[in-house]
Design a protein around this ligand. Structure first.
Ligand SMILES: O=C[C@H](O)COP(=O)(O)O
Length: 252
């Protein structure tokens, strides 16, 4: 089965609005065709609506970096799946290791977020990944498959088939230390076999799996050539338009 690649930037807590508009002006008319690759940026909540309004005819999907699992109510400071859906935001990252670590998000919270997003019609990008300690102890497969099982608990196979899962080894995030393409492919393969074990071959062959962790224009092509890697979730190298466009060069 051929899966459409998805390259997504994750701006994290960076940029002001002027810089967001400058980025949009600099990529205008330069993105590759949607037939070849899906391109997305995940941005801080306050830039999501401006991004949707300013993407014009550019084939750029917009993603939240986080979301709450309720659709409305007394949850000060949160944004909901229904709000994202109403503004045409297509994706939301959930379970990023920075959310798990600094904001104490659990697998259970992440699972609730996945279900709420699916119900609202927003596609989750579900993140998983191990610490350096777990990697060095040779327990990556066990750890990552546990996160996937917990994150997907109770979700229908047809919905999992449309989801995106991002494997991001914590030791490679923002460190300049990319997992080798072989390691990245092997663990993305673990993610795929976990999905197969839970939902069968058809779903596991449909789900798209990204690698994330110090992906750069120089490393993206080799990563994307691997069997189990269908995309990249890119932090640092997605911040400047030139570097973002360079990540997409192979699809131009
Ligand atoms: O979501 C993106 C990842 O955390 C990777 O960030 P990075 O490309 O800056 O290492």
């Amino acid at each position: 089965m051929s899966r459409k690649p998805i390259i997504a930037g994750n701006w994290k807590m960076n940029k002001n609005l002027k810089e967001v508009f400058a980025f949009m002006a600099n990529i205008d008319g330069k993105l590759p065709s949607e037939d070849k690759v899906e391109v997305a940026v995940a941005a801080p909540a306050m830039y999501l609506v401006p991004l949707v309004h300013h993407r014009g005819k550019n084939p750029l999907k917009v993603s939240a970096e986080n979301v709450y699992f309720e659709n409305s109510g007394a949850f000060t400071g949160e944004i909901s799946p229904a709000m994202l859906a109403a503004e045409g935001i297509e994706y939301a990252i959930i379970g990023h290791s920075e959310r798990r670590e600094y904001f104490h998000e659990t697998d259970e919270d992440i699972n609730k977020k996945a279900k709420a997003l699916i119900a609202a019609g927003v596609t989750p990008i579900l993140c998983c990944g191990e610490t350096l300690e777990t990697f060095e102890a040779g327990k990556t497969a066990e750890w990552v498959s546990g996160q996937i099982e917990a994150g997907l608990a109770g979700i229908d196979g047809k919905d999992v088939a449309n989801m995106v899962i991002a494997y991001e080894p914590i030791w490679a995030i923002g460190t300049g230390k990319t997992a080798t393409a072989e390691i990245a492919d092997e663990t993305c393969g673990v993610v795929r076999s976990t999905v197969e074990k839970l939902y069968g071959k058809e779903v596991s062959e449909a789900v798209r799996i990204q690698y994330g962790g110090s992906v750069k224009p120089e490393t993206v092509e080799e990563l994307m050539s691997k069997e189990n890697i269908d995309g990249a979730l890119v932090g640092g190298a997605s911040l400047e338009a030139d570097s973002f466009l360079a990540l997409l060069k192979m699809y131009m």
